[in-house]
Write a protein that binds this ligand. Sequence first.
Ligand code: ZN
Length: 315
Amino acid sequence: MTADATGTSEEAARFQALLAAFEGQPAATAGRGKDAVNEPMIRHWCEAMGDTNPAYCGPDAIAPPTMLQAWTMGGLSGHSDRSTAYDELLTLLDGAGFTSVVATDCEQEYLHPLRPGDTVAFDAVIESVSPRKTTRLGAGHFVTTRMDVRAGGRRVGTHRFRILKYAPAGRPAQQREPRRKAATLRPRPVVNRDNQGFWDGVRDHRLLIQRCTSCATLRFPWLPGCNSCAGSDWDTVEASGAGTVFSYVVMHHPPFPAFDPPYAVALVELAEGVRMISNITGVPYDKVRIGLPVQLEFLRVDDDLELPVFRGGEA
Ligand SMILES: [Zn+2]
């Protein structure tokens, strides 16, 4: 197999077809949680997260939904349920030079709460293998697995997990400049089903706020449900763009490559009442003040990224 970074497009297409054949194959079958859902693990989790929600303790406790993966993890001794297909896929990628691995992101969906005493079972499938992508780490393929978690015979949640198998980028002298340029790219927002509408709005230069259709409470940032009435239906209202600085910090350290300290990070209260974190433009960092009136504008950061920011006016 020579479908490495220097392979021809024909070789790359052949290699991609080999990878695509793994889509839909099992990544883990008939997995079982090593421990039943239990109060000690819930308590440790809540302490580590600083989550004091009363729903997670007492006689009617449920497990925090975000613990979903914890109940499926194999610990140091691992699980014996990993499929041969998944191992074969990783071996194929290793053989083509994509020997490094990094976890990139996960998405979870919660269908029913887990409670102490529930026993967890799961299956995982190789959902997709991306075409070759060039990343800052090096060229590679994203592998997405989807785990369906069940308890008491019903599906309680879905855990989607994505890794990048990549060939570490070399550091020849002529590559140094482009690599440094790439490293200064501003971080990308994570766009998912819960916040897609917000970023669609940004694309159209509209700042959209979610509004609960049951109780009319506005919410920001975007969430799947209403914190006021737990309603799941919503529509949007477009922000007028007027706001004031509710609070702010000035970042001096640590320096991040994409940013140029010192700079102000502001919590802006919109005229509609919700608050969002953003940058203040048009005002030096040391002139940003609580109560400063600001007006929405859209900042073109680079070819692929535009962000809502706020231009400071007269205090
Ligand atoms: Zn509501």
